[in-house]
Design a protein around this ligand. Structure first.
Ligand code: GDP
Length: 186
């Protein structure tokens, strides 16, 4: 899009267990698509997107990095976190273990990333719980995740990379929070 300029460039990282939908969230944000059978060995590594935050009258370029398969080695390095302003900490609402592992992911983020980093907890695959039948698949109650987010000072949203529900919203909410911090000089 020639001619469009932005006020800020913000680096976002996306962490969480393998197969929770990190690459899918990134593809949904940047490309408005969903791949039912992505190749797990070919994780999407990077995507960028311009978002407009009307209340702030700001255009922000999000540069988003995905762990691209390295999460299974727990070998995410300092360079991955360097300069990140925002983090999506993703779990799968139909898989309790992925929620429980968020504590470990968060500890890793807190150890390596900037202390002012804005982190949003994202319960993905909420589409699988939306039908009456599907509600039985949910393993993480919304209230429980909300409590965890409050205790840990995280933003929180439930989303679906498949339907697109709340995907852009998750990034925008984190972006608003970051802009507020920038304006307060944090
Ligand atoms: P990653 O390893 O965390 O990057 O996860 P992927 O993005 O590769 O997704 C893992 C699997 O979950 C794939 O088969 C996706 O199609 C599927 N998936 C991802 N997001 C969603 C979602 O919101 N809903 C449903 N039903 N499936 C999803």
């Amino acid at each position: 899009m020639a001619g469009i300029s932005w006020h800020y460039v913000l680096k976002f990282i996306i962490t969480g267990d393998a197969a929770v939908g990190k690459s899918s969230l990134l593809v949904r944000l940047t490309d408005q698509r969903f791949l039912a059978n992505p190749d797990p060995t070919l994780g999407v590594e990077f995507g960028s997107k311009l978002v407009t935050i009307p209340e702030e009258n700001k255009i922000v370029k999000l540069q988003c990095w995905d762990t691209a398969g390295t999460e299974s080695f727990r070998s995410i390095t300092r360079s991955y976190y360097r300069g990140a302003a925002g983090c999506l900490l993703v779990y799968d609402v139909t898989n309790r273990t992925t929620f429980e592992n968020c504590r470990t992911w968060l500890a890793d983020v807190r150890e390596h990333a900037d202390p002012h980093l804005t982190c949003i907890l994202v319960g993905n695959k909420v589409d699988l719980c939306s039908s009456e039948d599907g509600s039985r698949r949910r393993e993480v109650p919304t209230e429980e995740a909300e409590r965890f987010a409050q205790e840990e000072d995280l933003l929180f949203v439930e989303a679906s990379a498949k339907s697109g529900e709340n995907v852009q919203d998750a990034f925008e909410r984190a972006t608003r929070d970051i802009l507020t911090k920038i304006e307060r000089g944090v």
